[in-house]
Design a protein. Structure first.
Lengths: 334, 330
């Protein structure tokens, strides 16, 4: 079951997502609740993730990237569509399958302060998955495994009985990584794992995630809004906007030859730490804000802000199609 | 040049006395600002960049805070020594402020119109009608459509980017000569950040106002600032014109920070060069160079003596015992 580090691409995908939707109902009324609408957080996304690769999922806040990650892991039941991880169909898994899935697919969270129980020691936090999944028979061997995991993520095992508040943000994120690794997963959803950290600490955590991937053959779904970091860490990148994926391609192709006007605008808005190059660059400043996912615009969701939108863009939903090998886009004008 | 000087800060030191001891937040910061100039103040969390600005505006709670020493001459008068009434007048009229979180800096139970008109009436002595007309004008100036109607809306009816525009409108109400923007785009998405940066640049030019832009983001500040100060553990460690800082940094910390940043415009060529360790604990009184423990180049003198800021090139200062251009020790 474990992903093999030698297997890369041109293989069977480890994760398959097909037309996945997640709507959150909006209810009104105090005693008799009725549904008055829904937030269409994820509205039909499809992609594959291959063993050993890192797929980036980028987009602005509220585009549905976090909901997508959680729905893929089965933390939210999907409204429609299917997800399979290592052959297990998440949306119709029975209890035993779900338990196996929880072991094989893990998550690293954004906020290293909120995602660790402040009353638990590091030992209890990292050891919890071992306990839940009954992976090791006794306390002593669990402690031993926790120490190994701490060393693996660059924490001193002497700190095993400390509490989260005694650690810095970067160290806490390492605790979160160790917890995710405890059950020997094949697939990890990293939900903005570095956005709460300072620049000098971000690089430490990113390098750690890369080392662990090489060593353990992990597959990552890397959810982030930092497009520079995504280019660095991901093999392929999917760009989300208002619940749908607009473009997906190999990282260099996406950053050097983006096809979708949203991708182009998004990339041009990222500041470059190079003032001369920055001044010479042509920027596309998008007007307005991201519309509400309760009533997303008809046709292409990006059309109200799109600089090249034409009439049919507001009427017909663009097809999600492959324009060259591995390069997918949803736009009428491409 | 002297008459062109808007703000001149010398040896500012701010501490916080807490149960665990004394936090040395700002440790002798000196800098100046010309009329109409845009200055970037860059550093990681806890480096003292916000406390520096809050100290200048006397917005530090005393106690636990204490401004231990320093002077800050603004338009010829010392901000740190004037009366409470005087500094309040300066804050409303001469120096505008924009903070990071546009939701918590607006009062959720008052309309935008109320919050915009209040300072106009108090600081500029306008009557209700004139204040309202000016408020509409201000909202239009920061690019809020349908301004007249939006005055009666509450903050939650605005998006994050629009709220930040409202904050900018409030800060600019009295046409200040200095705008202090503390991480104004950190809570916003990149496409909205680009809008706000463009707006501030446009207004700055139009009103000929100086701007101090505080941020942790070396990308944003490359775009907006003319000159940059880099802070670390309460010290300014480097000061340079923007192009010089990015092309020819003379401080190991700045260099390490730039090397640790991935670039959206470049192919990946290697692993990120991370900076080992973490910033020092500010509870200990500073001794030696605060970056020494994480610095590749540090030698024995760095551990015991803080290097002073010295001029290393035209308009370029660095606090390091090694001259990075030649590799020689001072």
């Amino acid at each position: 079951m474990d992903a093999n580090p030698d297997l890369k691409m041109n293989n069977q995908p480890l994760v398959q997502v097909r037309n996945l939707k997640k709507y959150f109902p909006i209810r009104q009324g105090l005693i008799i609740e009725r549904e008055v609408g829904s937030v269409k957080a994820v509205d039909g996304i499809s992609f594959d993730i291959y063993p050993g690769e890192t797929l980036g999922l980028v987009g602005e806040s509220g585009c549905g990237k976090t909901t997508a990650g959680r729905t893929i892991l089965g933390l939210y039941p999907p409204t429609a569509g299917s997800v399979s991880i290592a052959g297990i169909h998440v949306e119709r898994a029975d209890k035993a399958e779900l338990q196996l899935l929880r072991r094989k697919a893990q998550m690293i969270f954004q906020d290293p302060y909120a995602s660790l129980n402040p009353r638990w020691t590091v030992s209890a936090i990292i050891g919890e998955p071992l306990h839940v999944h009954k992976l090791l028979p006794d306390e002593a061997s669990r402690k031993e495994r926790v120490r190994d995991l701490m060393v693996k993520v660059g924490l001193s095992p002497r700190l095993i009985n400390r509490f989260p508040h005694e650690f810095s943000g970067g160290q806490r994120q390492r605790i979160g990584v160790a917890r995710a690794l405890a059950s020997n997963p094949a697939f990890i959803v990293c939900d903005e794992p570095i956005s709460a950290l300072d620049v000098s600490i971000q690089a430490q955590v990113v390098n750690l995630l890369e080392d662990l991937q090489d060593e353990l053959g992990l597959t990552y779904l890397f959810i982030a809004h930092d497009l520079s970091m995504v280019r660095h860490i991901c093999d392929r990148v999917a760009v989300m906007y208002l619940g749908v994926i607009m473009e997906l391609a190999d990282r260099n192709e996406l950053y050097e030859a983006p096809l979708h006007p949203y991708t182009t605008a998004l990339l041009s808005a990222v500041p470059i730490p190079d003032p001369k190059k920055d001044r010479a660059r042509q920027r596309i400043i998008l007007a307005g804000d991201v519309p509400s996912p309760i009533n997303p615009p008809p046709g292409c969701r990006f059309h109200p802000r799109c600089p090249i939108a034409r009439r049919h863009c507001s009427q017909v939903v663009p097809e999600w199609r492959q324009v060259s090998p591995g390069h997918w886009v949803a736009c009428h004008e491409v | 040049m002297e008459s062109d000087l808007l703000l001149d800060v010398k040896d500012l030191r701010t501490c916080f006395h807490i149960a665990e001891g004394t936090v040395h937040a700002v440790n002798g910061v000196s800098f100046s600002l010309r009329n109409g100039e845009t200055l970037g103040l860059v550093g990681e969390s806890g480096c003292g960049k916000s406390v520096t600005m809050l100290s200048l505006l006397r917005l530090i709670a005393i106690p636990p805070g204490e401004i231990v020493s320093g002077e800050a001459i603004f338009e010829g008068r010392d901000l740190l020594r004037m009366s409470d009434a005087e500094i309040e007048h300066i804050r409303g009229n001469k120096i505008g402020m924009v903070f990071q979180d546009p939701m918590t800096s607006l009062n959720p139970v008052l309309t935008i119109g109320h919050q915009l008109c209040e300072p106009l009436r108090i600081h500029l002595g306008m009557d209700a009608q004139r204040a309202r007309r000016r408020a509409v004008q201000l909202l239009e100036m920061v690019g809020i459509p349908d301004a007249e109607h939006r005055l009666s809306d509450y903050p939650h009816q605005f998006s994050g980017g629009m709220r930040q525009r409202v904050m900018i409108a409030m800060a600019l109400a009295a046409e200040p000569s200095l705008l202090i923007a503390d991480e104004p785009t950190t809570a916003l998405d990149v496409t909205i950040q680009a809008q706000i940066v463009e707006l501030v640049q446009h207004l700055r030019a139009q009103m000929n106002m100086a701007v101090i832009w505080i941020t942790h983001d070396l990308g944003v500040v490359a775009e907006i600032a003319e000159r940059i100060l880099v802070m670390y553990a309460g010290f300014i460690v480097e000061e340079a014109m923007v192009d010089d800082l990015y092309e020819d940094s003379r401080h190991p910390y700045t260099r390490a920070l730039l090397a640790a940043l991935p670039r959206v415009d470049r192919r990946r060529d290697q692993r990120l060069r991370s900076i080992p360790g973490a910033p020092p604990n500010l509870l200990a009184a500073p001794k030696g160079c605060p970056f020494a423990a994480r610095c590749e180049l540090a030698f024995d003198r760095c551990q015991v003596e803080m290097p002073p800021l010295r001029t290393v090139a035209t308009a370029h200062q660095s606090a390091c015992w090694i001259d990075l251009a030649t590799g020689k020790k001072w």
